[in-house]
Design a protein around this ligand. Structure first.
Ligand code: ADP
Ligand code: MG
Length: 327
């Protein structure tokens, strides 16, 4: 089974950024409101993520590392309406099959924390005591140490860290109630306190993306019986360097979807000038049963049950908002 893990690991573990994405989603699923991320060498040498979520009971530690062990789907119907970010139960198994992974956790009702260790195909299934507050720390070292072919595809430290930081940004922009810190090679890159008010949220966006984005952004908040769209859209008055400030979430999940991209581009048509790009941070909320998120393992793609009404709603809401501020 460990060999199968290594082959399948390619589905989720492409680079340090994909490890961070899976681990952060786990922390959020566990209800953490404080997540500290420590990275060395672009994430290749070390990724350590510590959260204050519910933790993992001692008896479940080894299980958490085994394939298809998920605590998140109890009934088959749950697959129809997936609420939590993770639901396939293979991330930790995949990551541990291509790195050296230590899982340390403590949970309610235990008087100490416990840890397990896995290195490539070898797993230490006996947990040993290790002090830890309630919550979980996942420490991943030496990514792809046992799969040189995959290691060759890694880019420079700067590029890998760039991808990793982008993952953190994307998550931080959809979980304002969570405080994040990100450190790279002992340097603090981001320190984000939980944001509750709109002003605090806007401050987080400005810090992470661009202060100018918030200067002339239009606040969106529109509701129909089945759909809600809220967030911020900026006029496309930014430089090329800021052309990729496009964040769209469906039920809290960052997505890149053609139908959504098309609706937004159409809405911007009247205000796009000089080849500039739309900039936005937007959140679409709808009944989870109306969305199919299981299109691809990395979960960026989605499918709407009723794509046409989603498209119409996005277009008309944004077009109206943008028309009101047309330069
Ligand atoms: P999935 O998230 O799809 O269930 P994972 O391989 O990512 O699968 O995680 C396996 C299991 O380990 C989870 O279902 C959860 O029970 C536990 N787990 C992993 N990370 C954490 C964490 N940070 N806090 C609490 N539990 C965790
Ligand atoms: Mg997971």
């Amino acid at each position: 089974p460990r060999l199968a893990n290594q082959i399948a690991a390619g589905e989720v573990v492409e680079r340090p950024a994909s490890v961070v994405k899976e681990l952060l989603e786990n922390s959020i699923d566990a209800g953490a409101n404080r997540i500290d991320i420590e990275v060395e060498n672009g994430g290749v040498r070390l990724i350590r993520i510590r959260d204050n979520g519910s933790g993992i009971p001692k008896d479940d530690l080894a299980l958490a590392l085994s394939r298809h062990a998920t605590s998140k789907i109890s009934a088959l119907e749950d697959l129809e309406a997936v609420g939590s970010l993770g639901f396939r139960g293979e991330a930790l198994a995949s990551i541990s099959s291509v790195s050296r992974l230590t899982l340390t956790a403590n949970s309610e009702g235990q008087d100490t924390g416990w840890k397990v260790f896995a290195e490539g195909r070898d797993m230490e299934t006996i947990s040993s005591p290790a002090p830890h507050p309630i919550g979980t720390t996942v420490e991943m070292r030496d990514l792809f140490f046992n799969t040189p072919a995959r290691r060759k595809f890694l880019r420079t430290e700067k590029t890998e860290f760039g991808h990793l930081e982008e993952v953190v940004k994307r998550l931080a922009l959809s979980h304002y109630d969570v405080g994040f810190t990100l450190r790279h090679n002992q340097r603090t890159i981001h320190q984000l306190r939980p944001a509750k008010t709109r002003v605090e949220m806007e401050r987080r966006i400005a810090t992470l993306l661009s202060p100018q984005l918030m200067d002339n952004a239009v606040v969106i908040d529109m509701e129909s019986p089945d759909l809600r769209l809220w967030g911020w859209v900026g006029l496309p008055t930014f430089s090329r360097a800021q052309a990729d400030l496009q964040y769209f979430y469906v039920n809290g999940r960052a997505v890149k979807d053609r139908l959504i991209a098309h609706a937004i581009r159409q809405a911007y048509r009247d205000v796009l000038y000089g080849g500039r790009h739309p900039v936005f941070v937007l959140y679409l909320e709808l009944d989870p049963a109306q969305v199919d998120v299981n299109v691809h393992p990395t979960k960026h793609e989605i499918r709407f049950r009723d794509g046409r009404s989603v498209h119409n709603f996005l277009f008309s809401t944004l077009n109206k908002a943008l028309a009101s501020v047309r330069p």
